[in-house]
Ligand binder design. Structure first.
Ligand SMILES: [Zn+2]
Length: 88
């Protein structure tokens, strides 16, 4: 079986989808961390590494993926969600 490969928005390394975090733009236009990996909407992928997550937030890398101007507060929340998930 072929493993689905996705590219991290931060470091641009192609990796098996399972090892990446998915960020989703919901049909309502909300940007959030998709912990199930199956939420409805357009997805972007990022390594499960603090370095990549911090880069994505600092450089607002999801703006390009989702073709919209994402608010700073959304990026801050993504980072918080990531940190919370890491503790679990
Ligand atoms: Zn990465």
């Amino acid at each position: 079986m072929k493993v689905p490969i996705r590219t991290c928005v931060a470091c641009r390394q192609p990796q098996p989808k399972k090892q990446l975090l998915r960020v989703v733009k919901t049909p309502q236009g909300e940007i959030k961390l998709d912990s199930t990996g199956r939420a409805n909407g357009r997805g972007a992928y990022i390594c499960n590494r603090a370095q990549c997550v911090q880069d994505a937030v600092k450089k607002k890398l999801f703006n390009r993926n989702f073709k919209m101007n994402i608010d700073d507060s959304v990026y801050t929340r993504l980072l918080e969600e990531y940190n919370e998930q890491k503790q679990n």
